[in-house]
Design a protein around this ligand. Structure first.
Ligand code: NAP
Length: 779
């Protein structure tokens, strides 16, 4: 039988809720995912039935609560069988939410597959092998045929008897079960409901569901856990029930029977090279208080964005290792509380005194808060390594309402829907905040900068926060923070958690002591490759133009930041460049109208004179542009003229005028579009203007070659310019599929190409069309 070989970025083993949440998170991060599931049909057993407050928040962070629907919720929970009220939790979702595991799984399956995860059922994993670059998961398909999936990473989400863990040889440390509860769902019996009722001989729990089926659970005090290879017979459960309660249930019809013990084991490592574990594969615990599934889902939420960043090549060093560091510690703590609960729950009379003392303690509100915070997962605080002592550091960003830019109301959870990091600035005028926004702004595509006003008290005392895609705060500033301290901490946190903060190309002054004479200080400045050059970037207030302006400035050029209407945004670009140590000034001119180029060059020359003493220009980037967004039928002559005027006519006359100021060896770079190579009928007129710009480059290249001035085109594909559509995960997912790399472009992706064309290194390229579409529609 021939082997089917598949390739992907990540192979997830196990399509339970944990594997599926992970798959969706990986897709949102831009990674390709194949999920292998042994079963051909989804399990109908609902092992877990409780979602805790933090899990509800995680689902809210991805906009999934509407799909979960209206589900029953109640404050009543327990700690080892002692009543514990979850109603006071500080969350929009206090209490415990009753959601059958089958429903949670179905919601996550739809979501992950809509996002593009490939779920293959009927695939039994036999082996996992890894080398320095790849993993190979060897499986058997439904018809017994061999399937090999070659990926960068494999994640075992395949439950407590995990094959992945076993074949990877990862130790599963801990203890086997010493006590067990027998459990059965039984139809046709009529017994009173019992909530953790203790009899002299044992513990009995019974609950009748609306469909008339009764779930019974029973434990005989002192009885050791039986060595089991399968589920117990119903007769064994009925006998234990009779022994403990005196009631007869053997005439009932068992629908599902099983036994679960108080085994407590945890994988020694959640990561072994390219193999990772999540959910029950990483930890086995007695299912009390509904913590196992919630713990597993939180593993997936923690791992997804980190592994996605890793396989997409944008993870800062060490990011993936924080998965084990953070989640192993959380798992250890949860296992601890479950062991404590099982001792109280399953202990006989010897634990009565302990239970009595615990019962008294549970009357204290602070203890209730402590325990419910721990069990719900709300109190998880990650050691995020940032200095500072803000009380929210390392905790999840509390759900709260915000008024964001343009007066739009939103919530902190909604900000996280696209699963990107967020720099939330709640005090934009505070000292140092503009610098931090500038540093973050360079990372467009990796993170969103949001200026907002808090509408809820839970954010009191927080002036800014850097929030990871999973909602945890890795840098927090309060009103008393010093500007210098908060800028330093924020830049360090951006480097550590978001990556891409690159200062290597800016002019750096190193101050060193002379080894021969420590009294002598030496300064060495490393010049950027465009130092002493001047550049005009049109449309640099936002999007790609802004990233180009920042890039050229980082390389040392003095940059004229041109804009049309958006003065504030242009000033933000200039501020960002200056905060990063670069030089820039704004120039306004509304392109596409009469006299536009004169206005532009008047402002440009004035600014150049002021900042450089002359009016010489080295680099012109024709970036400003508008799109049509209109079908061919609805395109009016007016719209057509406007597109031509801004996108094609203005660049022609800008080049015509610029050559008077340009030094020999200069650079003209026009931002065209991938739409001159692939069709989109909504943008015919727009694409025609870009075709015109490309033709302009060809002929001007010939015309200006004698002066060593090169003229080239850079054609971006779909590029996240921060507009609304890039906050819609479904739209981003669709657009990502167009690129061979499976993600949308970032402004920096395009700016780096422009940076190269602006440099001396591109001197042998002119009249060229450079595709910067990330391999769009390569087939
Ligand atoms: P963007 O975010 O919409 O920004 C457009 C910029 O152009 C703004 O700075 C705007 O200035 C300026 N501008 C627009 N019309 C102007 C006018 N009449 N006069 C003066 N300035 C004007 O655009 P983007 O997405 O970064 O796109 C930049 C370039 O890349 C465009 O040429 C676009 O066609 C091309 N491109 C983009 C994509 C993409 O997916 N984003 C794909 C292919 C090609 P104000 O804000 O100050 O008005």
């Amino acid at each position: 039988m021939s082997t089917t070989t598949l390739t992907t970025d990540v192979v997830v083993v196990g399509a339970g809720p944990v594997g599926l949440l992970l798959a969706g998170e990986l897709r949102l991060a831009g990674a390709r995912v194949i999920v292998l599931e042994k079963l051909t049909e989804p399990s109908t057993e609902s092992r877990a039935t409780t979602l805790h407050a933090r899990t509800m928040e995680l689902l809210d962070q991805r906009g999934l609560l509407a799909r979960v629907g209206d589900v029953p919720q109640g404050p009543g929970g327990h700690f080892g069988g002692l009543p514990l009220d979850f109603g006071g939790l500080d969350s929009p979702y206090p209490g415990q939410w009753k959601v059958p595991q089958t429903h949670t799984r179905a919601v996550l399956l739809d979501w992950a597959t809509e996002l593009g995860a490939e779920v293959r059922t009927g695939h039994t994993v036999l082996a996992v092998e890894q080398d320095r670059e790849h993993v190979e998961v060897l499986a058997e398909g439904t018809d017994g045929s061999p399937v090999t999936v070659r990926a960068r990473y494999a994640v075992g989400c395949d439950g407590e008897d995990s094959t992945v863990r076993r074949v990877a040889g990862i130790a599963f440390e801990g203890t086997d079960a010493t006590r067990e509860l027998l459990r059965a769902d039984v139809a046709g019996i009529d017994i009173p409901d019992r909530r953790f009722e203790r009899f002299p001989g044992g513990l009995a729990i019974a609950g009748r569901r609306p469909d008339g089926v009764t779930r019974v659970m029973v434990h005989r005090f002192g009885a050791p856990a039986a060595p089991r290879t399968g589920d117990p017979a119903f007769a064994e459960v009925a006998e234990a029930w009779r022994e403990v309660t005196g009631e007869e249930i053997s005439h009932g019809t068992p629908l599902w029977v099983n036994a679960f013990g108080n085994a407590a084991r945890q994988a020694a490592r959640y990561r072994d090279g390219r193999i990772l574990l999540a959910g029950d594969a990483a930890h086995r615990q007695m299912p009390v208080g509904g913590q196992a599934l919630n713990l597993g889902l939180a593993d997936a939420a923690n791992l997804g964005w980190k592994l996605g960043a890793e396989v997409c090549g944008r993870a800062p060093e060490g990011l993936l290792d924080t998965y084990h560091e953070e989640r192993h510690a959380v798992g250890r703590r949860v296992l601890g509380n479950i062991v404590a609960q099982s001792s109280i729950l399953l202990g006989g009379q010897e634990t009565d005194a302990l239970r009595a003392v615990f019962g008294e303690l549970l009357r204290d509100e602070r203890i209730v808060q402590h325990l419910t915070g721990m069990i719900s997962g709300l109190d998880v605080r990650h050691p995020v390594g940032a200095p500072g002592s803000h009380p929210l550091l390392g905790l999840r960003l509390p759900p709260a309402r915000l008024r964001a830019g343009l007066g739009r109301d939103t919530t902190t959870t909604e900000l996280l829907h696209p699963a990107r990091a967020v720099l939330l600035d709640l005090a934009p005028d505070a000292p140092g905040h503009a610098e931090v926004r500038a540093a973050a702004g360079r990372l467009a595509g990796r993170l969103r900068v949001v200026i907002a006003e808090p509408l809820d008290d839970v954010l009191t005392g927080l002036t800014a926060a850097l929030v990871r895609p999973d909602g945890y705060i890795v840098c927090a500033a309060g009103p008393d923070e010093s500007a210098a301290g908060s800028v330093r901490d924020a830049v360090a946190a951006l480097r550590r958690w978001v990556g891409g903060v690159d200062t290597s190309v800016t002019a750096v002054t190193a101050v060193t002591k002379d080894p021969a004479d420590p009294a002598v200080t030496r300064r060495k400045t490393t010049m950027g490759r465009l130092t002493n050059k001047t550049a005009l970037v049109t449309g640099a207030s936002r999007g790609i133009g802004r990233a180009i302006a920042e890039r050229l400035a980082a390389d040392g050029a003095l940059v004229a930041v041109h804009y049309g209407r958006n003065k504030g945004a242009a000033e933000e670009t200039v501020d960002a460049i200056r905060a990063a140590g670069g030089r820039a000034f704004p120039v306004r001119a509304l392109l596409g109208g009469h006299g536009d180029v004169e206005v532009l060059f008047d402002g440009l020359e004035e600014g150049l004179k002021e900042h450089s003493g002359g009016t010489e220009l080295d680099i012109v980037v024709n970036n400003a542009g508008i799109m049509g967004n209109t079908s061919p039928e609805e395109t009016t002559p007016e719209l057509f003229d406007r597109l031509v005027a801004v996108n094609a006519k203005a660049p022609f006359f800008i080049v015509q005028r610029a050559v008077r100021n340009m030094r020999d060896g200069g650079r003209v770079i026009n931002i065209s579009s991938g739409l001159t190579r692939f069709a989109n009928p909504e943008e015919i007129a727009y694409a025609m203007t870009k075709g015109a710009v490309e033709t302009l480059a060809l002929h001007y290249a010939r015309h200006l070659a004698g002066r060593g001035i090169t003229v080239n085109n850079v054609a971006p594909g779909v590029t996240d310019n921060g507009s609304e559509i890039f906050s819609n995960p479904q739209a981003v997912q669709f657009m990502s599929q167009l690129s061979a790399f499976g993600r949308v472009g970032t402004p920096a992706d395009v700016a780096d190409v422009v940076g190269f064309l602006a440099s001396d290194e591109s001197r042998w390229i002119t009249g060229a069309f450079i595709d910067a579409t990330g391999g769009t529609l390569l087939g």
